[in-house]
Each structure stands twice: as C-alpha cells, then as structure tokens.
Design a protein around this ligand. Structure first.
Ligand SMILES: [Zn+2]
Length: 304
C-alpha cells in the first residue's frame, strides 16, 4: 500500500528515516513550517528556513526516493514575538508561490493569545488571496475550545471548510470538525496523546471520509513510521483496506491537491535516483557509493 505522511518535520530527521519510510511504503511527505525549539531572533533565519523547505530538503528527500512538499506559514508560538512576526508576514507571499508549497501552515493557536489570533487571521486572509488550503495547528492545552475557535474564525474569514485541515484532533474534537465539513487530521504520538490503537477506533466509528493520519515527527519524541504502523494495525484490526488507504494516502491528496501542487503523477513516475546529483554544489554523499537507479523507460526516451 502507498502511504503519505502529510505532516512531518523531516529537517529534524536523518537519512536513515527517509530510507525506512520509503521501505515502509511512504511515497510523499508534507513538511509544515513550524517552531524550531530555539526561538528565532531575526527574519533572516525564517527566510533561510523557508528556503531550505522548498530547496535543500526537497532535494534531499528525492535522493532517498520520497517526494517532499511543504506548507509555509508563521507558527503560533512565534506569532507572540510581534515585531518579528510582522517581518515574517512580509516574506510569506514570496514563499507561498514556490513550487511544492501545498498550503499555508501550520498556523493557529498555542496559548490562545491575542497576537496568535491576529496573525492567524492575517494568514487566513493570505490563504484566500493565494488560493491555497490551510493547515491548522490546534493547541495541546484547551484543545476543544481552541479547535472550535480556530474553525469559527476560519469560517468568519470566508475560508470554505473543505479547504481547511484541522490537525492534532482527538476523540473530543473529531465529531465537531467532521460535522462542520473540515478535514480532520490526527497526529499519532508514540507515547502520549493520540496513539495508534485509539486511531483505529476513531476510523471504525467515524469511517474514512475527511480523516487524515500523520506523524508530526520532529526533533522531539516521535515516530517517522507512525503512519505505516497505524495502517498495518488498522488492517490487523479489521478496518477495510479501502478505508485504510483513504486515511493514510488518498485523503491527503484530496485535501492538499486543492493547491494544484500535489498530484499522484509526481511519485508514480518519479525521476530515477542519482545520488551524484548536486543541489547548489552539495550532494547527500558522505563517502558511501552513490545509489544510481536505472531511469524508467519513458525517461530514457524509450517508447513502450
Ligand atoms: Zn508540526
């Protein structure tokens, strides 16, 4: 089965992770722009980070057989540094127009502060202008209230629910999110919060429509194989294969495909891997012999 992980911070992960993910069936990932742990102090560090999401990381992923896409946005935590946030807002239109950017995100609430609300609203306006979907991060505290408020504001700002993915759901939030017509994404955490056993029961209860599974793996305790592991557990527990395919692959294409930047043809006939390739003078090689795959027939100019 093909798998997409539509929320994973690969910049924080290793090439071993890319190889393990590809071996487990992951064909494409979406890396949302987020907080890096260390608070940023100048707009230049945001600029370089956004550049790496649309540049180097996309290249690095392809060298290990995975298509990489991203979302660009000002995360909720750093929205609280208002003077810096104002400068970041000015950068966003440039990066939202880049190839492989599939949404504005991840944006929304962390502490539910007024600054977070201000920049969430400003970015919803931007998403409307550039006609991109939105990936919404919901707070880990005040989850229910924060989720409801995020949806209220998105609708007030004229974003149709079908263009908005509400992430980090749990059993308390999922019903309202689905009833209101939004996409409901779930982050599978290895130790806490939403585990994969619970995810199986959510899909059994609500069915597969508009539900999306992701790992949100980053530099913290997390599992880059959370989506393939959850898919396997669902099948073992008797969830129909078409439902598993919907929540671990197909729905991500339907949601983020609305950007016009995320389509199955990208990974069904990818360019052959050649690890001798360079990105701005750099390769992924560190002394190992490069992986060089044979080009597929069409690519080599052979008509089948
Ligand atoms: Zn995230």
């Amino acid at each position: 089965m093909k798998i997409i992980d539509p929320h994973i911070h690969m910049s924080a992960r290793t090439t071993d992770d890319y190889e393990a993910m590809a071996a487990a069936g992951v064909v494409a990932v979406i890396e949302p722009a987020f907080w890096l742990g260390q608070p940023r102090t100048s707009v230049g560090t945001f600029q370089d980070y956004f550049s790496s999401l649309v540049g180097w990381e996309r290249f690095r992923a392809a060298q290990f057989g995975i298509r990489h896409y991203c979302t660009i946005g000002l995360n909720s935590k750093e929205a609280n540094n208002v003077p810096l946030a104002e400068q970041v807002m000015e950068l966003l239109p440039l990066y939202l127009a880049k190839e492989g950017v599939v949404a504005v995100g991840e944006i929304g609430f962390d502490e539910m502060s007024s600054a977070e609300e201000r920049f969430y609203k400003a970015q919803l306006e931007l998403a409307k202008q550039v006609e991109l979907p939105v990936m919404v991060h919901t707070p880990h505290r005040n989850k229910k209230q924060g989720t409801t408020r995020s949806m209220d504001i998105a609708l007030d700002y004229g974003l149709p629910a079908h263009r908005v993915v509400i992430d980090h759901n749990n059993e308390e939030t999922v019903k309202e999110v689905l009833d209101r017509g939004f996409w409901a994404a779930f982050t599978i955490y290895p130790k806490t919060k939403m585990g994969n056993e619970r995810m199986v029961e959510v899909v059994r209860k609500y069915g597969p429509d508009r539900i999306i599974v992701d790992s949100s793996a980053d530099w913290g305790v997390s599992d880059p194989l959370a989506v393939p592991k959850t898919a396997r557990l669902m099948i073992e527990r008797g969830i129909p294969v078409e439902h598993v395919e919907a929540v671990c692959y197909r729905n991500a294409i339907l949601a983020y495909g609305q950007s016009g930047q995320f389509s199955e043809s990208d990974w069904l006939s990818p360019a052959a891997i050649d690890q001798r390739n360079l990105f701005e003078g750099n390769s992924v090689l560190r002394g190992q012999s490069p992986r060089i795959d044979e080009p597929q027939a069409e690519e080599a100019g052979i008509i089948r």
